[in-house]
Ligand binder design. Structure first.
Ligand SMILES: C[S@@+](CC[C@H](N)C(=O)[O-])C[C@H]1O[C@@H](n2cnc3c(N)ncnc32)[C@H](O)[C@@H]1O
Ligand code: SF4
Ligand code: SF4
Length: 486
Protein backbone atom coordinates (compact mmCIF):
# COMPACT_ATOMS: atom_id res chain seq x y z
CA UNK A 1 0.00 0.00 0.00
CA UNK A 2 1.19 3.51 -0.88
CA UNK A 3 0.97 6.42 1.56
CA UNK A 4 1.23 10.11 0.79
CA UNK A 5 0.43 13.42 2.46
CA UNK A 6 -2.54 15.23 0.95
CA UNK A 7 -1.86 18.52 -0.85
CA UNK A 8 -4.18 20.08 1.74
CA UNK A 9 -2.21 18.79 4.72
CA UNK A 10 0.55 20.64 6.52
CA UNK A 11 2.80 19.16 9.17
CA UNK A 12 5.06 21.10 11.52
CA UNK A 13 7.18 19.96 14.40
CA UNK A 14 7.06 22.18 17.50
CA UNK A 15 9.30 20.69 20.19
CA UNK A 16 7.85 17.27 21.01
CA UNK A 17 4.53 18.19 19.37
CA UNK A 18 3.66 17.38 15.79
CA UNK A 19 1.03 19.75 14.49
CA UNK A 20 -1.09 18.39 11.64
CA UNK A 21 -3.55 20.49 9.69
CA UNK A 22 -5.92 19.61 6.87
CA UNK A 23 -7.17 22.91 5.56
CA UNK A 24 -10.18 21.94 3.43
CA UNK A 25 -11.93 19.79 6.01
CA UNK A 26 -10.56 22.08 8.76
CA UNK A 27 -9.09 19.20 10.69
CA UNK A 28 -6.17 19.92 12.94
CA UNK A 29 -4.53 18.04 15.76
CA UNK A 30 -1.47 18.04 17.97
CA UNK A 31 0.36 14.75 18.59
CA UNK A 32 3.07 14.05 21.15
CA UNK A 33 6.17 12.15 20.00
CA UNK A 34 4.85 11.52 16.48
CA UNK A 35 7.73 13.02 14.53
CA UNK A 36 9.22 9.68 13.49
CA UNK A 37 5.84 8.30 12.36
CA UNK A 38 5.27 11.36 10.14
CA UNK A 39 8.87 11.76 8.93
CA UNK A 40 8.50 9.67 5.75
CA UNK A 41 4.95 10.65 4.90
CA UNK A 42 5.52 13.39 2.36
CA UNK A 43 3.77 14.53 -0.80
CA UNK A 44 5.70 11.83 -2.68
CA UNK A 45 4.00 8.42 -2.31
CA UNK A 46 5.97 5.76 -0.45
CA UNK A 47 5.19 2.09 0.11
CA UNK A 48 3.89 1.56 3.62
CA UNK A 49 6.40 -1.26 4.08
CA UNK A 50 9.19 1.20 3.24
CA UNK A 51 7.84 3.77 5.72
CA UNK A 52 7.73 1.09 8.41
CA UNK A 53 11.25 -0.11 7.57
CA UNK A 54 12.51 3.46 8.03
CA UNK A 55 10.63 3.86 11.31
CA UNK A 56 12.00 0.55 12.64
CA UNK A 57 15.52 1.68 11.71
CA UNK A 58 15.08 4.55 14.21
CA UNK A 59 13.73 2.37 17.04
CA UNK A 60 16.55 -0.19 16.99
CA UNK A 61 15.79 -3.19 19.20
CA UNK A 62 12.08 -2.38 19.63
CA UNK A 63 9.40 -4.98 18.90
CA UNK A 64 8.60 -4.50 15.20
CA UNK A 65 5.08 -5.93 15.50
CA UNK A 66 4.33 -3.39 18.17
CA UNK A 67 5.64 -0.59 15.96
CA UNK A 68 3.40 -1.76 13.12
CA UNK A 69 0.38 -1.87 15.47
CA UNK A 70 1.13 1.61 16.86
CA UNK A 71 1.67 3.04 13.40
CA UNK A 72 -1.57 1.56 12.06
CA UNK A 73 -3.44 2.98 15.03
CA UNK A 74 -1.78 6.37 14.53
CA UNK A 75 -2.49 6.73 10.80
CA UNK A 76 -6.06 5.36 10.81
CA UNK A 77 -7.76 8.65 11.89
CA UNK A 78 -5.40 10.64 9.65
CA UNK A 79 -6.50 8.54 6.68
CA UNK A 80 -10.14 9.09 7.69
CA UNK A 81 -9.55 12.84 7.84
CA UNK A 82 -7.77 12.80 4.45
CA UNK A 83 -4.52 14.06 5.92
CA UNK A 84 -2.82 10.91 4.68
CA UNK A 85 -3.99 9.36 1.42
CA UNK A 86 -3.63 5.59 1.10
CA UNK A 87 -4.07 3.40 -1.97
CA UNK A 88 -2.65 0.61 -4.06
CA UNK A 89 -1.70 2.87 -6.98
CA UNK A 90 -0.68 6.50 -7.50
CA UNK A 91 -3.92 7.00 -9.47
CA UNK A 92 -6.02 5.63 -6.61
CA UNK A 93 -4.35 8.11 -4.26
CA UNK A 94 -4.80 11.00 -6.69
CA UNK A 95 -8.51 10.25 -6.94
CA UNK A 96 -8.91 10.78 -3.18
CA UNK A 97 -7.48 14.30 -3.22
CA UNK A 98 -10.24 16.82 -2.45
CA UNK A 99 -10.35 20.52 -3.26
CA UNK A 100 -12.21 23.36 -1.64
CA UNK A 101 -15.64 23.78 -3.17
CA UNK A 102 -18.70 26.00 -2.72
CA UNK A 103 -20.86 23.16 -3.97
CA UNK A 104 -20.98 21.43 -0.59
CA UNK A 105 -23.54 22.49 2.00
CA UNK A 106 -21.27 24.40 4.31
CA UNK A 107 -17.90 25.28 2.78
CA UNK A 108 -15.43 26.46 5.40
CA UNK A 109 -14.17 29.83 4.26
CA UNK A 110 -14.25 31.05 7.83
CA UNK A 111 -10.68 30.67 8.93
CA UNK A 112 -8.42 30.87 5.97
CA UNK A 113 -5.39 29.33 7.60
CA UNK A 114 -6.11 26.59 10.03
CA UNK A 115 -8.73 26.27 12.70
CA UNK A 116 -12.47 26.34 12.54
CA UNK A 117 -13.23 27.59 16.03
CA UNK A 118 -16.58 25.91 16.62
CA UNK A 119 -15.52 22.59 15.19
CA UNK A 120 -14.30 20.78 18.24
CA UNK A 121 -16.48 19.68 21.08
CA UNK A 122 -14.50 16.79 22.51
CA UNK A 123 -10.89 16.52 23.63
CA UNK A 124 -8.36 19.31 24.08
CA UNK A 125 -8.65 22.02 21.44
CA UNK A 126 -5.46 22.01 19.37
CA UNK A 127 -5.51 25.82 19.39
CA UNK A 128 -5.36 25.80 23.20
CA UNK A 129 -2.46 23.33 23.15
CA UNK A 130 -0.71 25.42 20.53
CA UNK A 131 -1.32 28.64 22.47
CA UNK A 132 0.16 27.26 25.66
CA UNK A 133 3.11 25.80 23.74
CA UNK A 134 3.75 29.13 22.00
CA UNK A 135 3.42 31.03 25.30
CA UNK A 136 6.35 29.00 26.62
CA UNK A 137 8.20 28.60 23.33
CA UNK A 138 7.45 31.59 21.10
CA UNK A 139 7.31 30.29 17.52
CA UNK A 140 6.52 32.20 14.34
CA UNK A 141 3.40 30.50 13.09
CA UNK A 142 2.10 33.31 10.92
CA UNK A 143 3.73 36.11 9.00
CA UNK A 144 1.99 39.08 7.41
CA UNK A 145 3.91 40.85 4.67
CA UNK A 146 2.69 44.28 3.59
CA UNK A 147 4.47 44.08 0.26
CA UNK A 148 3.56 47.62 -0.78
CA UNK A 149 2.21 50.83 0.75
CA UNK A 150 0.59 51.80 -2.55
CA UNK A 151 -3.14 51.38 -2.92
CA UNK A 152 -5.86 51.75 -5.53
CA UNK A 153 -8.29 53.15 -2.94
CA UNK A 154 -8.26 55.83 -0.24
CA UNK A 155 -10.63 54.45 2.38
CA UNK A 156 -11.88 56.97 4.93
CA UNK A 157 -11.01 54.72 7.87
CA UNK A 158 -7.67 53.37 6.67
CA UNK A 159 -4.85 53.21 9.22
CA UNK A 160 -2.16 53.63 6.58
CA UNK A 161 -0.76 57.18 6.80
CA UNK A 162 0.65 57.45 3.27
CA UNK A 163 0.27 55.36 0.15
CA UNK A 164 3.83 55.72 -1.12
CA UNK A 165 4.70 53.52 -4.12
CA UNK A 166 7.19 51.51 -2.05
CA UNK A 167 7.48 47.84 -3.06
CA UNK A 168 9.40 45.24 -1.06
CA UNK A 169 11.79 43.70 -3.63
CA UNK A 170 11.04 40.11 -4.66
CA UNK A 171 14.60 39.00 -3.78
CA UNK A 172 14.09 40.25 -0.24
CA UNK A 173 10.65 38.65 -0.02
CA UNK A 174 12.10 35.29 -1.09
CA UNK A 175 14.78 35.56 1.58
CA UNK A 176 12.16 36.31 4.25
CA UNK A 177 9.92 33.44 3.09
CA UNK A 178 12.87 31.03 3.28
CA UNK A 179 13.70 32.23 6.79
CA UNK A 180 10.07 31.99 7.87
CA UNK A 181 9.77 28.44 6.57
CA UNK A 182 13.01 27.47 8.32
CA UNK A 183 11.53 28.78 11.58
CA UNK A 184 8.49 26.47 11.31
CA UNK A 185 6.03 29.01 9.85
CA UNK A 186 2.82 27.75 8.30
CA UNK A 187 0.76 30.69 6.98
CA UNK A 188 1.88 33.78 5.11
CA UNK A 189 -0.53 36.64 4.47
CA UNK A 190 0.13 39.17 1.74
CA UNK A 191 -1.34 42.57 2.43
CA UNK A 192 -0.62 46.25 1.90
CA UNK A 193 -1.79 48.78 0.75
CA UNK A 194 -3.07 46.79 -2.19
CA UNK A 195 -0.81 43.76 -2.58
CA UNK A 196 -1.91 43.08 -6.17
CA UNK A 197 -0.18 46.36 -7.20
CA UNK A 198 3.19 44.70 -6.56
CA UNK A 199 4.82 44.00 -9.97
CA UNK A 200 5.95 40.55 -8.73
CA UNK A 201 2.68 39.59 -7.02
CA UNK A 202 2.24 36.39 -9.05
CA UNK A 203 5.80 35.21 -8.45
CA UNK A 204 5.57 35.99 -4.72
CA UNK A 205 2.40 33.93 -4.30
CA UNK A 206 3.89 31.06 -6.30
CA UNK A 207 7.14 31.18 -4.36
CA UNK A 208 5.41 31.11 -0.97
CA UNK A 209 3.28 28.13 -2.03
CA UNK A 210 6.33 26.31 -3.40
CA UNK A 211 7.75 26.49 0.13
CA UNK A 212 4.80 24.51 1.48
CA UNK A 213 3.13 27.55 3.02
CA UNK A 214 -0.56 28.41 3.12
CA UNK A 215 -0.98 31.71 1.33
CA UNK A 216 -3.64 34.22 2.38
CA UNK A 217 -4.35 37.44 0.49
CA UNK A 218 -5.87 40.61 1.98
CA UNK A 219 -7.05 42.65 -0.95
CA UNK A 220 -9.71 45.04 -2.18
CA UNK A 221 -9.70 42.94 -5.42
CA UNK A 222 -9.83 46.01 -7.66
CA UNK A 223 -6.90 44.58 -9.67
CA UNK A 224 -8.04 40.98 -9.60
CA UNK A 225 -7.87 40.09 -13.29
CA UNK A 226 -8.57 36.65 -14.73
CA UNK A 227 -4.80 36.06 -14.78
CA UNK A 228 -4.57 36.79 -11.06
CA UNK A 229 -7.44 34.39 -10.46
CA UNK A 230 -5.49 31.68 -12.29
CA UNK A 231 -2.52 32.25 -9.98
CA UNK A 232 -4.76 32.09 -6.90
CA UNK A 233 -6.31 28.82 -8.13
CA UNK A 234 -2.93 27.32 -8.96
CA UNK A 235 -1.52 28.20 -5.52
CA UNK A 236 -4.73 27.35 -3.59
CA UNK A 237 -4.55 30.78 -1.99
CA UNK A 238 -7.33 32.10 0.24
CA UNK A 239 -8.68 35.62 0.10
CA UNK A 240 -10.14 38.15 2.51
CA UNK A 241 -11.80 41.15 0.89
CA UNK A 242 -13.52 44.21 2.33
CA UNK A 243 -16.98 45.03 1.09
CA UNK A 244 -18.59 47.93 2.93
CA UNK A 245 -22.13 47.98 1.59
CA UNK A 246 -24.41 46.51 -1.06
CA UNK A 247 -25.15 50.06 -2.09
CA UNK A 248 -22.53 51.10 -4.62
CA UNK A 249 -22.61 54.77 -3.61
CA UNK A 250 -22.01 53.95 0.03
CA UNK A 251 -19.15 51.54 -0.72
CA UNK A 252 -17.54 54.00 -3.13
CA UNK A 253 -17.94 56.85 -0.61
CA UNK A 254 -15.83 54.81 1.85
CA UNK A 255 -13.14 53.79 -0.65
CA UNK A 256 -13.26 57.24 -2.31
CA UNK A 257 -12.95 55.44 -5.66
CA UNK A 258 -16.01 55.66 -7.92
CA UNK A 259 -16.72 52.30 -9.52
CA UNK A 260 -14.89 50.30 -6.84
CA UNK A 261 -18.07 48.58 -5.61
CA UNK A 262 -18.81 47.07 -9.01
CA UNK A 263 -15.18 46.01 -9.53
CA UNK A 264 -14.89 44.39 -6.09
CA UNK A 265 -18.27 42.66 -6.23
CA UNK A 266 -17.57 41.31 -9.72
CA UNK A 267 -14.21 39.96 -8.54
CA UNK A 268 -15.80 38.30 -5.49
CA UNK A 269 -18.21 36.48 -7.76
CA UNK A 270 -15.38 35.41 -10.08
CA UNK A 271 -13.46 34.05 -7.09
CA UNK A 272 -16.49 32.04 -6.16
CA UNK A 273 -16.84 30.66 -9.67
CA UNK A 274 -13.19 29.65 -9.55
CA UNK A 275 -13.81 27.91 -6.18
CA UNK A 276 -11.31 30.13 -4.33
CA UNK A 277 -12.02 30.29 -0.58
CA UNK A 278 -12.99 33.88 0.10
CA UNK A 279 -14.34 35.60 3.14
CA UNK A 280 -15.82 39.06 3.31
CA UNK A 281 -14.93 41.61 5.92
CA UNK A 282 -17.31 44.51 6.48
CA UNK A 283 -15.90 47.06 8.90
CA UNK A 284 -18.81 49.22 10.00
CA UNK A 285 -18.61 52.98 10.26
CA UNK A 286 -21.00 55.90 10.21
CA UNK A 287 -21.20 55.87 6.40
CA UNK A 288 -22.26 52.21 6.17
CA UNK A 289 -23.97 51.91 9.52
CA UNK A 290 -26.56 49.07 9.28
CA UNK A 291 -25.44 48.09 5.78
CA UNK A 292 -23.44 45.20 7.21
CA UNK A 293 -26.60 43.10 7.51
CA UNK A 294 -27.07 43.27 3.73
CA UNK A 295 -23.40 42.44 3.18
CA UNK A 296 -23.68 39.44 5.50
CA UNK A 297 -26.81 38.28 3.67
CA UNK A 298 -25.03 38.68 0.33
CA UNK A 299 -22.08 36.62 1.62
CA UNK A 300 -24.48 33.93 2.84
CA UNK A 301 -26.10 33.81 -0.59
CA UNK A 302 -22.65 32.98 -1.98
CA UNK A 303 -21.94 30.54 0.89
CA UNK A 304 -19.02 32.74 1.95
CA UNK A 305 -18.32 33.63 5.53
CA UNK A 306 -18.47 37.28 6.44
CA UNK A 307 -17.93 39.32 9.53
CA UNK A 308 -18.45 42.83 10.63
CA UNK A 309 -16.20 44.84 12.89
CA UNK A 310 -16.73 48.26 14.40
CA UNK A 311 -13.28 48.58 15.94
CA UNK A 312 -11.68 51.32 13.91
CA UNK A 313 -8.13 52.15 15.00
CA UNK A 314 -6.16 55.34 14.66
CA UNK A 315 -3.54 55.57 11.95
CA UNK A 316 -0.18 53.91 12.38
CA UNK A 317 1.54 57.30 12.85
CA UNK A 318 -0.91 58.23 15.67
CA UNK A 319 -2.90 60.62 13.49
CA UNK A 320 -6.49 60.18 14.64
CA UNK A 321 -8.21 62.13 11.87
CA UNK A 322 -9.55 58.88 10.36
CA UNK A 323 -11.58 58.23 13.53
CA UNK A 324 -14.23 60.78 12.52
CA UNK A 325 -15.89 57.93 10.64
CA UNK A 326 -16.11 55.69 13.72
CA UNK A 327 -19.49 54.77 15.22
CA UNK A 328 -20.55 56.74 18.28
CA UNK A 329 -21.68 54.92 21.40
CA UNK A 330 -25.38 54.83 20.53
CA UNK A 331 -24.60 53.30 17.15
CA UNK A 332 -22.12 50.92 18.76
CA UNK A 333 -24.82 49.81 21.21
CA UNK A 334 -27.11 48.88 18.31
CA UNK A 335 -24.47 46.84 16.56
CA UNK A 336 -23.40 45.16 19.80
CA UNK A 337 -27.01 44.21 20.44
CA UNK A 338 -27.17 42.62 16.99
CA UNK A 339 -23.97 40.72 17.72
CA UNK A 340 -24.94 39.58 21.19
CA UNK A 341 -28.67 39.00 20.84
CA UNK A 342 -28.85 38.02 17.17
CA UNK A 343 -25.48 36.27 16.84
CA UNK A 344 -24.26 38.48 14.02
CA UNK A 345 -20.69 37.31 13.38
CA UNK A 346 -17.92 39.68 14.35
CA UNK A 347 -14.26 39.76 13.66
CA UNK A 348 -13.32 39.73 17.36
CA UNK A 349 -14.05 36.75 19.59
CA UNK A 350 -13.95 38.74 22.80
CA UNK A 351 -17.52 39.94 22.49
CA UNK A 352 -18.81 36.40 22.89
CA UNK A 353 -21.08 36.10 25.92
CA UNK A 354 -19.13 32.95 26.91
CA UNK A 355 -16.51 35.33 28.23
CA UNK A 356 -18.70 35.71 31.28
CA UNK A 357 -17.67 32.19 32.35
CA UNK A 358 -14.04 32.85 31.72
CA UNK A 359 -13.31 35.42 34.39
CA UNK A 360 -9.72 35.23 35.58
CA UNK A 361 -8.35 36.55 38.85
CA UNK A 362 -6.39 39.82 38.73
CA UNK A 363 -3.24 37.89 39.48
CA UNK A 364 -3.77 35.34 36.71
CA UNK A 365 -4.70 38.06 34.24
CA UNK A 366 -1.83 40.29 35.32
CA UNK A 367 0.71 37.55 34.61
CA UNK A 368 -0.79 36.40 31.32
CA UNK A 369 0.03 37.67 27.82
CA UNK A 370 -2.61 39.90 26.31
CA UNK A 371 -2.15 38.81 22.67
CA UNK A 372 -0.05 36.77 20.22
CA UNK A 373 2.18 39.65 19.09
CA UNK A 374 5.77 38.34 19.02
CA UNK A 375 4.50 35.06 20.47
CA UNK A 376 3.18 33.39 17.33
CA UNK A 377 3.02 36.10 14.68
CA UNK A 378 4.97 38.97 13.20
CA UNK A 379 4.58 41.48 10.36
CA UNK A 380 6.91 42.99 7.79
CA UNK A 381 6.32 46.34 6.12
CA UNK A 382 7.11 47.38 2.57
CA UNK A 383 10.24 49.25 3.65
CA UNK A 384 11.66 46.09 5.23
CA UNK A 385 10.93 46.71 8.91
CA UNK A 386 9.42 44.01 11.06
CA UNK A 387 6.68 45.04 13.47
CA UNK A 388 4.56 43.09 15.99
CA UNK A 389 1.09 42.89 14.43
CA UNK A 390 -1.09 44.44 11.71
CA UNK A 391 -1.37 48.25 12.09
CA UNK A 392 1.10 48.36 15.01
CA UNK A 393 3.96 50.19 13.35
CA UNK A 394 4.87 52.07 16.53
CA UNK A 395 7.40 49.38 17.40
CA UNK A 396 10.28 48.55 15.07
CA UNK A 397 11.67 45.06 15.65
CA UNK A 398 14.50 45.43 13.12
CA UNK A 399 15.09 45.41 9.38
CA UNK A 400 15.02 42.40 7.04
CA UNK A 401 17.92 44.02 5.14
CA UNK A 402 20.14 43.88 8.23
CA UNK A 403 18.95 40.80 10.08
CA UNK A 404 17.53 37.40 9.37
CA UNK A 405 14.19 36.43 10.84
CA UNK A 406 15.83 34.15 13.38
CA UNK A 407 17.62 37.21 14.86
CA UNK A 408 14.46 39.32 14.74
CA UNK A 409 12.54 36.59 16.57
CA UNK A 410 15.16 35.46 19.08
CA UNK A 411 17.54 38.36 19.60
CA UNK A 412 15.87 41.66 18.78
CA UNK A 413 15.57 43.70 22.02
CA UNK A 414 12.27 45.14 20.83
CA UNK A 415 10.84 41.68 20.13
CA UNK A 416 11.84 40.61 23.63
CA UNK A 417 10.27 43.75 25.09
CA UNK A 418 6.93 43.21 23.34
CA UNK A 419 6.97 39.49 24.14
CA UNK A 420 7.43 40.22 27.83
CA UNK A 421 4.34 42.45 27.97
CA UNK A 422 1.59 41.04 30.15
CA UNK A 423 -1.61 42.21 31.80
CA UNK A 424 0.03 44.03 34.69
CA UNK A 425 1.77 46.42 32.27
CA UNK A 426 -1.65 48.02 31.72
CA UNK A 427 -2.25 49.71 35.08
CA UNK A 428 -5.74 50.97 34.22
CA UNK A 429 -6.82 47.52 33.07
CA UNK A 430 -5.56 45.33 35.89
CA UNK A 431 -8.49 45.97 38.25
CA UNK A 432 -10.98 47.10 35.64
CA UNK A 433 -14.45 45.51 35.99
CA UNK A 434 -14.88 45.54 32.20
CA UNK A 435 -11.61 43.81 31.45
CA UNK A 436 -13.14 40.51 30.37
CA UNK A 437 -15.40 42.31 27.94
CA UNK A 438 -12.58 44.20 26.31
CA UNK A 439 -9.74 43.43 23.97
CA UNK A 440 -6.76 45.02 25.62
CA UNK A 441 -4.63 45.93 22.64
CA UNK A 442 -1.23 47.63 22.45
CA UNK A 443 -1.82 48.65 18.85
CA UNK A 444 -5.19 50.29 19.40
CA UNK A 445 -3.82 52.10 22.42
CA UNK A 446 -0.67 53.28 20.68
CA UNK A 447 -2.35 54.47 17.49
CA UNK A 448 -4.85 56.55 19.44
CA UNK A 449 -3.06 57.71 22.61
CA UNK A 450 0.58 57.42 21.56
CA UNK A 451 1.22 55.07 24.51
CA UNK A 452 0.72 51.34 24.05
CA UNK A 453 -0.19 50.89 27.72
CA UNK A 454 -2.69 53.76 27.88
CA UNK A 455 -6.17 52.75 26.67
CA UNK A 456 -8.21 55.08 24.50
CA UNK A 457 -11.35 56.27 26.27
CA UNK A 458 -13.53 55.14 23.38
CA UNK A 459 -12.54 51.48 23.74
CA UNK A 460 -13.17 51.57 27.51
CA UNK A 461 -16.67 52.92 26.90
CA UNK A 462 -17.30 50.19 24.33
CA UNK A 463 -16.12 47.53 26.80
CA UNK A 464 -18.51 48.89 29.44
CA UNK A 465 -21.37 48.75 26.95
CA UNK A 466 -20.42 45.21 25.98
CA UNK A 467 -20.38 44.22 29.64
CA UNK A 468 -23.86 45.69 30.19
CA UNK A 469 -25.35 43.97 27.17
CA UNK A 470 -23.79 40.59 28.00
CA UNK A 471 -25.19 40.91 31.55
CA UNK A 472 -28.59 41.69 30.07
CA UNK A 473 -28.37 38.63 27.84
CA UNK A 474 -27.45 36.45 30.82
CA UNK A 475 -30.38 37.86 32.77
CA UNK A 476 -32.80 37.13 29.93
CA UNK A 477 -31.43 33.61 29.52
CA UNK A 478 -31.86 32.96 33.22
CA UNK A 479 -35.44 34.27 33.16
CA UNK A 480 -36.24 32.15 30.11
CA UNK A 481 -34.81 29.07 31.84
CA UNK A 482 -36.90 29.79 34.97
CA UNK A 483 -40.04 30.32 32.88
CA UNK A 484 -39.33 27.02 31.09
CA UNK A 485 -39.21 25.17 34.42
CA UNK A 486 -42.47 26.64 35.62
C1 LIG B 1 -5.20 47.82 5.55
S1 LIG B 1 -6.22 46.78 4.62
C2 LIG B 1 -5.09 46.08 3.49
C3 LIG B 1 -5.69 45.11 2.52
C4 LIG B 1 -6.62 45.66 1.46
N1 LIG B 1 -6.20 46.89 0.92
C5 LIG B 1 -8.04 45.77 1.99
O1 LIG B 1 -8.53 46.88 2.15
O2 LIG B 1 -8.65 44.71 2.25
C6 LIG B 1 -6.63 45.39 5.66
C7 LIG B 1 -7.94 45.50 6.40
O3 LIG B 1 -7.82 46.49 7.40
C8 LIG B 1 -9.03 47.19 7.49
N2 LIG B 1 -8.74 48.50 8.05
C9 LIG B 1 -8.16 49.54 7.45
N3 LIG B 1 -8.05 50.59 8.28
C10 LIG B 1 -8.56 50.19 9.47
C11 LIG B 1 -8.70 50.82 10.74
N4 LIG B 1 -8.33 52.07 10.94
N5 LIG B 1 -9.24 50.12 11.74
C12 LIG B 1 -9.66 48.83 11.54
N6 LIG B 1 -9.54 48.19 10.35
C13 LIG B 1 -9.00 48.86 9.33
C14 LIG B 1 -9.52 47.24 6.06
O4 LIG B 1 -10.91 47.51 5.99
C15 LIG B 1 -9.16 45.85 5.58
O5 LIG B 1 -10.22 44.97 5.90
S1 SF4 C 1 -8.26 49.84 3.68
FE1 SF4 C 1 -7.14 48.68 2.12
S2 SF4 C 1 -8.09 49.38 0.22
FE2 SF4 C 1 -8.65 50.86 1.72
S3 SF4 C 1 -7.10 52.46 1.51
FE3 SF4 C 1 -6.46 51.06 3.16
S4 SF4 C 1 -5.11 49.64 2.17
FE4 SF4 C 1 -6.29 50.64 0.55
S1 SF4 D 1 -12.12 48.85 29.53
FE1 SF4 D 1 -10.32 50.19 29.39
S2 SF4 D 1 -9.34 50.04 31.41
FE2 SF4 D 1 -10.80 48.32 31.22
S3 SF4 D 1 -9.58 46.63 30.42
FE3 SF4 D 1 -10.45 47.66 28.65
S4 SF4 D 1 -8.90 49.14 28.00
FE4 SF4 D 1 -8.38 48.49 30.09
Amino acid sequence: MLLRLSKNAFVRQYGDFTYVLERVRCYDQMFMDAEVFMRWITRVPMEKSEVLKNICSVYVGADENEIVRDFDEFIAPLIDEKVILAGETVEEIESQEISFSYEIESPKTMDTHYIHPEKRVDGPIPQAVLDSYFAEHPTIFELQMDITQACTERCVHCYIPEYKPVFLPFAQIKKVIDEFRAQGGIGVTLSGGECMMHPDFDSIVRYARSKDLIVGILSNLTLCTDDKIKVLVETEATVQVSLYSMNSETHDAITKRPGSFVTTKTAIEKLRKAQIPCRISCPTMKTNYKDYLDVLAYARSLKMDAQTDFIIMGKMDCDTSNLKCRLDLTETRHILEDIIFKSVPINSEYFAPAKKDDIRSDEEWGNAKVCGACVSCVCLDATGYYYPCPAFAGVNLGSCYEHDLRWIWNESPETKRIRAVCGKDFPKCLHCPDRNYCSVCMCRNFNETGNMFEPAEHFCKVARLNHEIVDEKQRRMLEAAKAGKR
